[in-house]
Design a protein around this ligand. Structure first.
Ligand SMILES: O=C(O)CCC(=O)C(=O)O
Ligand SMILES: [Fe+2]
Length: 283
């Protein structure tokens, strides 16, 4: 089978908002990344990030059921080898119909086993809701599990075609990665979007799913007895640039990544900063 998405598959992705890649990553790359993640959690790094203001960098906590660390691919070489893998970045470029992919951010998420129903949830959100300062609607995320993900492990859940709801302002009030209550949005959905379909990314180790930045997604707690680790890679297509965005009260929105990247000659964040947002794929 063709490793990169075909035109029909790109059209399907554009309609549905998500896609599972045609490839299976080599087992060795994932196993090394898993070891790299363990070392990272133990404080070992290969490269240093000079600034952590505004980005997630959870420290070890025995009682936490979810752990989130950002920009790990710029800190640990095995995680970089996985997250920057050419099959992933080339698939992302095809899906976004661009000839260049730059890193925007990444997030290593570990959901530890839990019995609690309301802990270890990733709340309903679209990634774009976090990135109002980005001009592009074609940015996308690759979700890379580091082991098989079964339904009891809280797989990523996408709402099919929700990428097409991007201009529905009332949805925004529900969105938060850290919101542990999934039901308020689900009540809204059953009232207002009664035909919606939720798709669970139940994947085998080596499979990767991709979602558009406007696709709404969440995940339930991991009630299995295994860790559920995943690396989410957030990508910019070539066209993406910084734009000024404002809160309702008129304040300028500054997202976390704006605080760690270089500024352009006007003093605005440079979303092509070679250090923080490197170019990682070119056709
Ligand atoms: O791993 C998860 O449950 C959340 C990941 C996520 O929000 C993303 O891939 O954009
Ligand atoms: Fe997300």
């Amino acid at each position: 089978m063709e490793m990169l998405p075909t035109e029909d598959q790109i059209l399907e992705y554009e309609k549905k908002g998500w896609f599972v890649g045609n490839f299976i990553l080599p087992e060795e790359i994932i196993d090394k990344a898993k070891k790299g993640a363990k070392d990272f959690y133990n404080g070992l790094k290969d490269y240093n990030l000079s600034e952590f203001t505004g980005i997630a960098d959870d420290i070890f906590d025995d009682t936490a059921v979810i752990r989130n660390n950002e920009f790990v691919t710029l800190q640990k070489k095995e995680l970089q080898a996985l997250g920057f893998h050419q099959l992933i970045t080339a698939t992302a470029a095809k899906l976004a119909r661009t000839d260049e992919i730059r890193l925007f951010a990444d997030s290593l998420i570990n959901k530890l086993p839990t019995n609690a129903k309301k802990e270890g949830v990733v709340g309903w959100h679209s990634d774009k809701a976090y990135w109002p300062t980005c001009t592009s609607q074609n940015m996308l995320t690759a979700w890379i599990p580091l082991q098989d993900v079964t339904i009891d492990m809280g797989p990523l859940l996408h709402i099919d075609q929700s990428n097409q709801w991007k201009d529905e302002k009332e949805l925004k009030s529900f969105f938060s990665f850290n919101n542990q209550d999934l039901s308020a949005f689900e009540n809204y959905l059953s009232k207002n979007k009664s035909n919606h379909i939720k798709s669970a990314m139940v994947l085998k180790k080596g499979q990767v799913s991709f979602h558009n930045c406007n696709t709404i997604h969440a995940s339930y707690p991991n009630i299995s007895n295994k860790n559920r680790m995943a690396l989410a890679m957030h990508f910019q297509d070539k066209s993406n640039q910084y734009q000024k965005a404002y809160k309702d009260n008129g304040d300028l929105i500054v997202i976390g990544y704006d605080q760690i990247c270089e500024k352009d000659s006007d003093g605005n964040p440079n979303y092509s900063d070679k250090k923080i947002f490197p170019k990682i794929f070119k056709f």
